[in-house]
Design a binder for this molecule. Structure first.
Ligand code: FUC
Length: 754
C-alpha cells in the first residue's frame, strides 16, 4: 500500500505514468475466452492450489487446480504414453441472472498484492469481484459484491473433472473421488452470504448428488474453496498418505471463521514477505503505453521498448513462482500448476532437458530461495524409484556389460510417483545437482548442504565415475548421449560433458565447504580435469558435438546440426555459459567468443522452431556474454504474439511457464552476476534502460545487491552480507574492489566502487 501511495504521488508530480501500481497490474477490457483458458484467464495460486479466472459478467468461471492431482504411477518401462499426466480438479461456475449489457468492464491481476478483480456495471449497478489464493489459510477465496443491496441473484455450480461424487450439505458442496491409480482427492466449496438467501438450486432440492447452490437477493457472496489429495513425498508408501477429507474440511472450517477482509489481509502479508524483497524500475514508460490494457500494450512493447512492461514481466515470473512453488509443496511443472485439460501437452510434466531447470533459474537470484525447496523434496522422493529403474536399464550397462550399481538417472520426462517417460536424458541427474548446489551457493546454509544436497551430489558423482568412458588419449567422455532434441546419440556431446564438469566442480566445492571426504574430492577433481572440454569449430563456433559435423551429416531430423544455418531452439552446448560457469567472458574469453558466434547464428535469425523458452535462455546467455543489446533484443521477443499469450504466460501452444521463469532469470543476469567468484554489477545494461534501479537481488556467497544507475552508468550499489563469510569481490566494468562485511552489515559503493 505504501508503495502504491508513493507511486501515485510520483505520477502526480511527473505528469506522466511511471513506476505506478499500474505497472504491476495486468488488466483487460474483456473477459477471458472460455475456449482459451491457458492463454487468457488470469492465474492465482498459493503454491499448491491454484485457479484460472475468466471474469465473464454473466458466468464467472474458476478453473481449479491442486498440484498433486496426477494420474500414472511408477511406469517401470519408461513408456511416455503410460506415464500419467497432471490433472484438473474442475470448475466452479457462478451464474448471475440479469446482467443486461454490461459496461465499464475491467478485469485485472495486481502483482503487488496477488489479488485479481473483475468489475462492470449492469442495469445501473456496479458489480465487483475479488479473488485470491491464500497460502496461510490454504483456501481460494472469492467475493462478489454490488453497490446496490440485494443485487446478487444466480446459481453456483461445481463441475468436477473426474466424476467425483458430489454431496451438498446446506451451503457446502463436497466432491470426493479416486483416480484410476488409487489417488484420493477431495475439494469443497463453501458459499457464505450477506443479505438474501442461499440454498439448493431449484429443481435439485433433496438430491444427494446436487452440484448447484442458488443465491437470491444477496448483498454480498463469498466463496471459499479448499482441496487436497492423499499424495505424499514417500516412495516407501507408494506416495499415498492420509485421506484428504479431514484436512480439507478443517481448512475450510477454519477459513470460514475468519472474515474475507481478515483472510485477505493475512494473504497479502504472507505474499508480500516474498514479493516485496525485490523492486525493479527499468525506466519510465510513456503515458500512452501505460494507458493500454495489457493485451494491447504487450503487442506495442514488441515494437517499441516499454520499460514498465519489461519490469512487470520480470516481476510476473516472481509472482508466478510464489504462487506455484512453496515449501512443502510440489515444484512448478511445465505449466506451473495451472491446467484446464486432463490430457495436457507433454502431460504438463517435469521435463528434465531444459524446462524444469529453467523454471528454477530465477529463484535464487530473484530472492525466492525457499521456493526452490519443492524441487529438492520431489527429487528426494523420486530418487529411490529412479535408482530402481536405472539399475535395470540397458542404456546404462557398464563397460563389462553389468548393470548400474550406484546412482540414478532420469528420462526426459517424469511424474511425481516415481515414473519416468521418453528417452533417458543421461546427464539430467547432474543438471538437477546444479540446483542443489546453487541453493547452497546463494544461501550458504551448511546444514542444508550436508543433509540434503551433498549426499545426492556424491551419489551422482559415483554414477558418473562408473559410467564415463576413457578415450585412447586418456580423456573422459559421457558415452552415447544426446544434445537435447537435436542430433545423434554419440560420445562426448558438448552438453553432457559440460554438465558432468559442472557436477564434479560443484562437488569439489561442496566437499571443501563441508571439509569432508578429502580423498574422494581429489579423485573427482582429477576426473573433472580429464573430461573433454568445449571446443571451437571450423566457423569459430562452440561445437555442439565432440566431432564436428561440418554441415555434411545425414541426420534427417537435424540437417543443419551445428552449421551457421542451425537455428534450433535448444542451445544445449551453451550450458557452460548459462546456467553453468565453465565458460565466461572474463575467464575463458576465447570460448566465450566462440559461444557468441554460435549464439549469434542461433539466436537472432527468426525461425519457426525457436520458442518462448529459447528466447529466455538466449537473454541469459547474451547477458553472460556481456552483450547487453542482444540480451534485450531477446527479452523483447517475449512480447511477440508468437511467444506469449495475452495473460503473459509463455506461448508454446497452448502454454508453458518455463519462459516466464526464464526471462526473470535472464533479466536478473543482465543486472548482476556472481558465477565467477565476483559480484559483477550491471554486466549487461542495455541502452534502452538508461536510468533505473533494482533492489533485493541475491548473489552467490550469501549477499543481497541493490543498484541504481543513470545515463547508462552505475550511480551506487549496496551490498549486504545476509549469510556469507563477508569477504566479497565486487566488479563494475574493469574496476574491482574487495569488501569485508559483518553478517547483517551492508555497504553502499559509488561508481568508483568506493
Ligand atoms: C522440450 C522442448 C520442447 C518443449 C518440451 C516440453 O522438449 O524441446 O520445445 O518445450 O520440452
Amino acid at each position: 500500500m505504501k508503495n502504491k501511495i508513493i507511486a501515485v504521488i510520483l505520477f502526480a508530480l511527473a505528469g506522466t505514468a511511471s513506476l505506478s501500481a499500474a505497472d504491476l497490474t495486468l488488466w483487460y477490457q474483456q473477459p477471458a475466452a472460455d475456449s482459451r483458458p491457458m492463454n487468457e484467464a488470469l492465474p492465482v495460486g498459493n503454491g499448491r492450489m491454484g485457479a484460472l479466472l475468466f471474469g465473464a459478467p454473466g458466468r464467472e468461471r474458476i478453473s481449479v487446480n491442486e498440484s498433486s492431482l496426477w494420474t500414472g504411477g511408477e511406469n517401470t518401462a519408461g513408456d511416455y504414453k503410460t506415464m500419467g499426466a497432471y490433472q484438473v480438479l474442475g470448475n466452479v461456475f457462478v451464474n448471475f441472472s440479469d446482467t443486461g449489457n454490461p459496461t465499464d468492464y475491467r478485469r485485472d491481476l495486481d502483482l503487488a498484492d496477488a489479488l485479481a478483480h473483475v468489475s462492470y456495471t449492469a442495469n445501473g449497478v456496479k458489480f465487483q469481484r475479488e479473488f485470491f489464493c491464500s497460502h496461510p489459510a490454504e483456501v481460494l477465496a472469492a467475493q462478489f459484491t454490488a453497490d446496490k443491496k440485494a443485487a446478487c441473484t444466480g446459481s453456483i455450480e461445481l463441475a468436477d473433472a473426474h466424476n467425483a461424487k458430489i454431496v451438498e450439505e446446506g451451503n457446502r458442496l463436497t466432491a470426493t473421488g479416486t483416480l484410476d491409480n488409487g489417488m484420493k482427492f477431495e475439494w469443497q466449496l463453501l458459499v457464505l452470504h450477506e443479505g438474501g438467501s442461499v440454498g439448493l438450486a431449484p429443481g435439485i432440492a433433496g438430491q444427494t448428488n446436487g452440484a448447484q447452490i442458488s443465491f437470491s437477493g444477496c448483498d454480498r457472496l463469498t466463496l471459499l474453496i479448499a482441496a487436497g489429495t492423499d499424495y505424499i513425498f514417500d516412495y516407501t508408501k507408494k506416495y499415498h498418505g492420509e485421506d484428504p477429507h479431514a484436512r480439507v474440511t478443517a481448512q475450510l472450517d477454519a477459513a470460514a471463521k475468519k472474515s474475507f477482509a481478515g483472510l485477505k489481509a493475512e494473504h497479502i502479508a504472507d505474499y508480500q514477505t516474498f514479493f516485496n524483497r525485490v523492486s525493479a524500475d527499468f525506466g519510465q514508460s510513456t503515458a500512452a503505453q501505460t494507458a493500454l490494457p495489457t493485451d494491447q500494450r504487450k503487442l506495442e512493447a514488441f515494437k517499441t521498448v516499454d520499460p514498465g512492461l519489461e519490469a512487470l514481466l520480470f516481476q510476473y515470473g516472481r509472482y508466478l513462482m510464489i504462487s506455484c512453488s512453496r515449501p512443502g509443496g510440489l515444484p512448478a511443472n511445465l505449466q506451473g500448476l495451472w491446467n484446464d485439460n486432463n490430457s495436457p501437452p507433454w502431460h504438463s510434466d517435469y521435463h528434465a532437458n531444459i524446462n524444469i531447470q529453467m523454471n528454477y533459474w530465477p529463484v535464487e537470484v530473484a530472492n525466492l530461495g525457499e521456493c526452490h525447496t519443492p524441487l529438492f523434496d520431489l527429487l528426494a522422493s523420486q530418487i529411490p524409484a529412479w535408482r530402481v529403474a536405472t539399475a535395470t536399464a540397458k542404456d546404462f550397462r557398464l563397460a563389462d556389460g553389468s548393470f548400474t550399481k550406484r546412482g540414478f538417472a532420469v528420462r526426459t520426462s517424469h511424474n511425481i510417483t516415481g515414473g519416468m517417460g521418453w528417452k533417458w536424458d543421461k546427464t539430467a541427474n547432474a543438471w538437477y545437482c546444479q540446483h542443489l548446489w546453487e541453493h547452497y551457493a546463494f544461501g550458504q546454509d551448511k546444514n542444508y548442504l550436508r543433509t540434503v544436497a551433498y549426499p545426492i551430489l556424491r551419489e551422482t558423482c559415483e554414477f558418473w565415475e562408473d559410467h564415463l568412458k576413457a578415450l585412447p588419449n586418456g580423456k573422459l567422455v559421457v558415452p552415447k548421449a544426446w544434445s537435447p532434441e537435436h542430433g545423434p546419440d554419440e560420445d562426448g556431446v558438448t552438453y553432457s560433458q559440460e554438465i558432468v564438469w559442472d557436477l564434479f566442480n560443484n562437488y569439489v566445492k561442496a566437499a571443501d565447504a563441508l571439509g569432508v571426504d578429502k580423498d574422494y574430492r581429489d579423485q573427482i577433481a582429477a576426473l573433472r580435469d580429464r573430461l573433454v572440454t568445449p571446443q571451437v569449430g571450423s566457423w569459430g563456433q562452440l561445437m555442439e558435438c565432440m566431432v564436428e559435423k561440418k554441415g555434411t551429416n545425414a541426420i534427417a531430423k537435424s540437417p543443419e546440426l551445428d552449421t551457421p544455418n542451425d537455428h534450433h531452439r535448444h542451445t544445449s552446448h551453451l550450458f557452460a555459459v548459462y546456467p553453468g560457469a565453465q565458460i565466461s567472458a572474463g575467464k575463458t574469453p576465447e570460448l566465450a567468443a566462440a559461444a557468441k558466434v554460435t549464439l549469434d547464428a542461433r539466436g537472432i535469425a527468426p525461425d519457426s522452431d525457436v520458442r518462448e523458452w529459447s528466447f529466455a535462455w538466449r537473454t541469459a546467455l547474451y547477458a553472460r556474454l556481456r552483450d547487453a543489446e542482444h540480451a534485450h533484443q531477446m527479452l523483447q521477443q517475449l512480447f511477440s504474439s508468437r511467444n506469449t499469450c495475452i495473460n503473459l504466460f509463455g506461448l508454446h501452444p497452448p502454454m508453458q511457464i518455463d519462459g516466464d521463469f526464464g526471462i526473470t532469470a535472464g533479466i536478473a543476469e543482465m543486472l548482476v552476476q556472481s558465477q565467477t567468484g565476483e559480484i559483477e554489477l550491471l554486466p549487461a545494461l542495455p541502452a534502452v534502460w538508461p536510468s533505473g534501479k533494482i533492489s533485493g537481488l541475491r548473489a552467490r556467497g550469501g549477499y543481497e545487491v541493490g543498484e541504481e544507475w543513470k545515463d547508462g552508468k552505475l550511480v551506487s550499489a549496496t551490498i549486504k552480507n545476509i549469510s556469507g563469510d563477508g569477504s566479497a569481490k565486487i566488479r563494475y566494468g574493469n574496476l574491482t574492489a574487495e569488501l569485508h562485511l559483518e553478517r547483517g552489515a551492508q555497504q553502499t559503493l559509488g561508481p568508483d566502487l568506493k
